[in-house]
Design a protein around this ligand. Structure first.
Ligand code: S3P
Length: 189
């Protein structure tokens, strides 16, 4: 258990693969907590004045990753915030290991097949999946990222519950962690 586990939760970082529901769940959770919400991709687009697809196409993935890292460092200083990270942000194991105290990390799980299905039906574009075989590519990417995502404190299957239910489940965890009566590892008296 990391040091961030014992301090009250003042921020939630949602991690997971593309289309795992980070933005939808994050918005609902922020509303329930009466905290603010920020999506990494939106912050990147605001900073660059360009869409994610344009950034990948015109400035390259390496540039995108640099901006993503800078945006992540800045947003993780906020308090009372729910953050929807980009799928690639949490793919570096150091990211979840190095979260500031008071951060609850949540991995929203989704299968590659469902992720591609959701992306197709939303009409959203994901540069990394613009290939002839998006499901195959998604499988490869996810396989390489799972070990990093696993470092999150809470894992939730996004296919087994609605975004509302997922948000409420995270809310319960935040409330439990912030309840002064629940002291982790306390000796029973
Ligand atoms: C990416 C995920 C996307 C976006 C970019 C790269 C990734 O965000 O940052 O297309 O590497 O998994 P979402 O996870 O919000 O789809």
């Amino acid at each position: 258990m990391g040091s961030g586990e014992r301090t009250p939760v003042e921020r939630v970082a949602l991690v997971g693969f593309m289309a795992s529901g980070k933005t939808t769940v994050g918005r609902t959770l922020a509303r329930l907590l009466e905290w603010s919400f920020r999506d990494f991709d939106d912050a990147i687009e605001d900073r660059e004045g360009a869409s994610i697809s344009e950034i990948f196409r015109d400035r390259g993935e390496e540039h995108f990753r640099d901006v993503e890292a800078a945006v992540g460092r800045r947003l993780l200083q906020r308090r009372e915030v729910v953050l929807a990270t980009g799928g690639g942000w949490g793919a570096d194991p150091a990211r979840l290991e190095g979260l500031p105290p008071g951060t609850l990390s949540v991995w929203l799980q989704v299968s590659p097949e469902e992720a591609v299905r959701r992306i197709r039906s939303d009409g959203g574009s994901r540069p990394l999946l613009e290939t002839e075989d998006p499901v195959g590519r998604a499988r490869e990417i996810l396989a390489g990222r799972k070990a990093a995502y696993r470092r999150a404190s809470l894992w939730l299957d996004s296919e087994a519950a609605t975004p509302d239910e997922l948000a409420r489940r995270i809310l319960e965890t935040v409330r439990e962690r912030n309840d002064p009566r629940s002291v982790p590892d306390a000796e029973p008296v």
